[in-house]
Design a protein around this ligand. Structure first.
Ligand code: PRP
Ligand code: URA
Length: 209
């Protein structure tokens, strides 16, 4: 059974509050999304397997632990997920990166898939699926299905802001997926935006409207 983790570390809460502010411009928004992605990944990577290794310090030889070399893939949902990739790669530089292109139809709020390119060995990798916003959950649900269709078995979803509706949609469709988020907000408004949220993450990241 997957778990839902609202990561309420003070640094995460502080940085998230800053980017909620409508006055924060693209440059700061981008930098903080990257930092938040890195901090959330720190939490989401807590269960990575370790192995024992011998290391010789300048003082003596000792047995310590290092990552067991589990293969990882970071998969952003385009566009807004792209804003989280660099921050995650700073922590996990050897991860491969796949892309899932999806946008929400503004009227129906249904996700429309337009691009998928994943590492060939995605079936052997743990996947960190990333998107700043989990609103109705439609995009994340379909992205997870697309990953599973290609053989991915271990998937974690990392988001900055989630709605209770989005969490419910993802966890009921994909109970095996863990969700890490910086905040579970109040809900959705009639346009499908998260309340209070931070607005349109893609537009704020890329300076579009
Ligand atoms: C946003 C966001 C998610 C999706 C969330 O993308 O980045 O992918 O909406 O909504 P949902 O949970 O209701 O599916 P958007 O469609 O605005 O595309 P963009 O990232 O290209 O701006
Ligand atoms: N997509 C966003 O970027 N923001 C929302 O609040 C909902 C969907």
């Amino acid at each position: 059974m997957g778990q839902v983790v609202e990561v309420n570390h003070p640094l995460i809460q502080h940085k998230l509050t800053i980017i909620r502010d409508e006055k924060v411009g693209t440059k700061d928004f981008r930098a903080l999304v990257d930092e938040l992605a890195m901090l959330l990944t720190y939490e989401a990577s807590r269960d990575l397997p370790l192995e024992k290794v011998q290391v010789k310090t300048p003082i003596q030889e000792t047995t310590k632990k290092q990552l067991a070399g589990k293969k990882l893939a970071v998969v952003p949902i385009l566009r807004a997920g792209l804003g989280m990739v660099d921050g995650i790669l700073q922590l996990i530089p050897a991860a491969k990166v796949g892309h899932i292109g999806m946008y929400r139809d503004e009227k129906t709020l249904e996700p429309v898939e337009y691009f998928i390119k994943l590492p060939e060995d995605i079936d052997q990798r743990e996947v960190l699926l990333v998107d700043p916003m989990l609103a109705t959950g439609g995009s994340a649900k379909d992205a997870i299905s697309a990953l599973k269709k290609r053989g991915a078995e271990q998937i974690k979803l990392i988001t900055l802001v989630s709605s209770p509706e989005g969490i419910q949609a993802v966890t009921s469709a994909h109970p095996d997926v863990d969700v890490y988020t910086a905040s579970i907000d109040e809900g959705l408004n009639e346009d499908g935006y998260i309340v209070p949220g931070l607005g349109d993450a893609g537009d704020r990241l890329f300076g579009t409207h």
